[in-house]
Design a protein around this ligand. Structure first.
Ligand SMILES: O=C(O)[C@@H](O)C(=O)COP(=O)(O)O
Ligand SMILES: [Zn+2]
Length: 212
């Protein structure tokens, strides 16, 4: 089996897993993965639970649609991550409930929208910047991601949802799940006196496990 064929199957399997567990509903969200000669991307208006490996969109290195169904409207967003984070092998965008809730709350810190509550989110996701709202599919999303110069593995799109990258499709999906579970804890703990990890704790995790 070729690398691309296996990757198509991984996208279908992991997307279905996200859908089956409620991380994505309806046709919300989109996923892409880098291949040698371009990017594989979920088609626009497709349901992550019912993807067909043969119909996954393929874009060449210049972003031209070369095969499969019409790609997600968020192509600018995904391409900007690959351009600025050479270590990124996959990008996952979801409308998962709790991360999206934080993206709508007026007091979410734009510089640190998913604060370090537990070690694993620091190890798998890192600091998460909140980006200002623009409509889905807006080319300006690509500009905003490029302006971050590859500094963040994950961002929250205001009033929209999370976007998470990883070195490969499994890492990106696992990181998106970790971000969502942390967002859930943050919402559950709202109003309670909560102890976050200290900057020393975060620095230690980064030095031992590496920065995302
Ligand atoms: O929120 C949106 O419209 C998109 O960001 C999205 O999640 C689904 O769009 P497509 O990937 O074009 O279906
Ligand atoms: Zn979306």
């Amino acid at each position: 089996m070729s690398i691309e064929t296996r990757l198509r199957e991984d996208i279908v399997r992991l997307s279905k897993s996200l859908f089956d567990r409620g991380f994505s509903v309806g046709s919300a969200g989109n996923i892409s993965a880098a291949v040698e000669d371009g990017i594989l991307m979920t088609p626009t208006n497709s349901c992550l639970g019912f993807l067909d490996p043969a119909r996954i969109s393929k874009l060449d290195r210049d972003g031209r649609h070369v095969s499969g169904d019409k790609p997600s409207k968020e192509v600018f967003l995904h391409r900007a991550f690959y351009e600025t984070r050479p270590q990124a092998g996959a990008v996952v965008h979801l409308h998962s409930t709790f991360a999206t809730a934080l993206s709508c709350l007026a007091d979410t810190d734009p510089e640190d929208s998913i604060p370090p509550l537990t070690p694993y989110v620091v190890m798998r996701v890192g600091q998460v910047k909140l980006l200002p709202y623009v409509k889905p599919g807006d080319e300006r999303m690509g500009d905003m991601i490029r302006d971050l110069s590859g500094q963040y593995a994950a961002v929250l799109l205001a009033n929209h949802g999370p976007v998470v990258t990883g070195k490969d499709i499994a890492s990106a999906v696992y990181a998106a799940e970790e971000l969502e579970e942390t967002a859930k804890l943050l919402v559950l703990l709202r109003g309670a006196s909560t102890r976050m990890l200290s900057s020393g704790n975060v620095a230690e995790l980064k030095s031992v496990f590496g920065a995302y």
